[in-house]
Write a protein that binds this ligand. Structure first.
Ligand code: FES
Length: 361
């Protein structure tokens, strides 16, 4: 293999999810339960990943705990030497299911929260009692001794509570916390007016993170993801297309990122037909935006091209209508006006959420 292997495999075990978050990162068209890969195929996928040199597997969804074979998959990952991380909402976690995962050798859990407070958190998830279940899940995970990361998605309706989120993470004993502003593609783009903060709210969140980093230095790591609509440069989405990550969808499509199925006029390779190594090395979907050869101007002559890798291809497609365009969030991009107009058109009062329901498009 001439291309260095990916560092991580994102195993999207299912699109089923009890929550209905308006910024859901799953594709607009969800896979059905009947079409999901079976246990044996997921185990084969992990075997192939380990042979390629992949180091980590992230079990994700939807809600991966909706799969009853999750402990078997975790055990298999441990058996082939993959570090395993479970990305979960926590609402299906209980002492018995956690004990089964710990016994199988799960290395780490990333638990998502919608807010620091129960009522607004339950409103975003559109599930009564979700926040209380997450608090209980966090306590069980810490008591079990599994390293815990908390993830808070931040937007205009909860930005003022970032200090409370950081405090909650500290109180719950998390080793790491992610304060991640919403990204605006897929369902998040549909709800952009209900979610996009203003510059003053962004500044507030930056200040809260800076203060907490000083206060908690050496005790808790804090990751901060800015809303790239306000950034000068685009983010290096996925660490560069086809360079660090490989996603496998619930039905076995192999993708460079979770939103890649929006890319038109390209075949989506499947674990049913081709090996992971062959897909990584040769599939047109993976090679089309890898490296710098594909870049248009101004990326082609930009000194940051190997830092940001041209930004996010799915965002370029969603906003500029072309996956191969410069990411419009970049202030040098010819389509940057689209982002400026979206910020200027942000309504004073946020509209109602359009909830993401499994089973509805
Ligand atoms: Fe697909 Fe950014 S989400 S490249």
């Amino acid at each position: 293999m001439t291309t260095p292997p990916p560092m991580s495999l994102l195993a999207e075990l299912t699109h089923r999810c009890p929550l209905q978050c308006p910024y859901c990162s799953n594709p607009l068209r969800l896979d059905t339960r009947a079409a999901e890969l079976d246990t044996a195929t997921w185990c084969r996928v992990m075997d192939e990943a380990a042979i390629m040199g992949v180091l980590q597997v992230h079990f994700s969804g939807g809600e991966p705990m909706a799969r009853s074979d999750l402990p078997d998959l975790v055990r298999h990952a441990a058996g082939v030497g993959l570090y395993s991380n479970l990305i979960t909402s926590g609402v299906l976690l209980n002492p018995a299911s956690l004990a089964a995962l710990a016994d199988a050798g799960l290395d780490h859990i990333q638990l998502s929260f919608q807010d620091a407070l129960p009522d607004p958190g339950d409103r975003v998830a559109n599930m009564t009692g979700a926040h209380a279940k997450k608090l209980e899940a966090a306590r069980l995970i810490v008591a079990e001794g599994i390293p815990l990361t908390l993830n808070f998605v931040v937007h205009r309706q909860n930005a003022e509570r970032v200090p409370a989120m950081l405090l909650l993470a500290e109180q719950l004993g998390a080793r790491r916390v992610e304060i991640a502003h919403t990204q605006y593609y897929g369902w998040g783009l549909l709800n952009r007016d209900a979610l996009l903060p203003d510059r003053a709210q962004l500044a507030l969140t930056e200040q809260a993170v800076a203060e907490a980093r000083t206060r908690l230095a050496g005790r808790m790591t804090i990751d901060f993801v800015t809303p790239d609509y306000y950034a000068e440069e685009p983010k290096p989405c996925m660490g560069g297309w086809g360079q660090r990550f490989m996603n496998v969808s619930p039905t076995g499509r192999v993708l460079p990122c979770h939103a890649a199925e929006s890319i038109p006029n390209v075949e989506f390779p499947s674990v049913a037909e081709t090996s992971l190594a062959d897909i990584w090395e040769n599939a047109p979907l993976f090679t089309m935006f890898r490296g710098t050869d594909w870049m248009p101007e101004p990326c082609r002559s930009c000194s940051a091209q190997t830092q940001d890798w041209g930004g996010c291809r799915c965002q370029a497609l969603a906003l500029a209508g072309k996956a191969g365009a410069a990411d419009p969030v970049c202030h040098k991009a010819p389509d940057h006006g689209i982002v400026e107009r979206a910020i200027a058109a942000r309504p004073e009062t946020p509209p109602a959420f359009r909830y993401r329901r499994y089973g509805s498009a």
